[in-house]
Design a protein around this ligand. Structure first.
Ligand SMILES: Cc1cc2nc3c(=O)[nH]c(=O)nc-3n(C[C@H](O)[C@H](O)[C@H](O)COP(=O)(O)O)c2cc1C
Length: 184
């Protein structure tokens, strides 16, 4: 027997913990948390956003960064989602450190070990769809194994929409484009 949920209570899983970094017109860094996002092309990320300080910022700069929430950054990541840069300098309040990204006019937040540097490819303020071209990404050496991002070292978290929680990403349970071949 199955249980039916009304559409607004439907759970989509996994959802991400995307930390969007931007500068305002004075070069003040800001960060917000977004769960609604995904890869939409090779080298492209799409995020669904309401109106925020973040959107005001990238409307001016044409750029943003996306870092990934981790076990070590849960508290600051949640804070970036419950306070607005319109009220306070969240980066300072969170005790974070930033430097300009190498390729776009947006901050790298040093507390996060993996960050995408994105140029605004398209932004529709009516629908809230932001498409970013990923120009480059920066990873701390500490989260690499044989030159590849190692999720076991990164320890990313996902957003659990069923109970509004952050959860760890677990162990490898199969190999993609491979395990299914057994049934081909
Ligand atoms: C877990 C979580 C997920 C969120 N996901 C989104 C999202 O996908 N899109 C969105 O527009 N806002 C989302 N928010 C809300 C923004 O992060 C929040 O409004 C934030 O204060 C905006 O910051 P800013 O005004 O400094 O840009 C989320 C918040 C939390 C805590």
């Amino acid at each position: 027997m199955s249980v039916e949920f009304e559409s607004r209570k439907s759970v989509i899983t996994p959802e991400g913990v995307f930390i969007i970094g931007t500068y305002d017109e004075n070069g003040v860094p800001n960060a917000m948390n977004a769960a609604w996002g995904m890869q939409s092309e090779m080298g492209e990320i799409t995020l669904m956003l309401g109106k925020h300080k973040t959107t005001e910022n990238f409307e001016k700069t044409g750029a943003f960064t996306v870092a990934f929430g981790t076990v070590d950054t849960v508290v600051i990541s949640d804070y970036f989602g419950v306070e607005s840069g319109k009220n306070v300098n969240k980066i300072e309040r969170a005790g974070c450190h930033t430097h300009p990204s190498a390729h776009v006019n947006a901050p790298i937040i040093e507390e996060y070990p993996l960050t995408l540097e994105c140029r605004v490819k398209s932004w529709n303020a009516e629908t809230g769809f932001l498409i970013g071209e990923i120009v480059a990404s920066q990873a701390d050496e500490a989260i690499l194994t044989d030159g590849k991002v190692d999720l076991a070292k990164l320890r990313p978290v996902i957003f659990d929409a069923a109970i509004c929680a952050y959860r760890t990403v677990g162990e490898v349970v199969g190999m993609a484009f491979k395990d299914g071949l057994a049934l081909k």
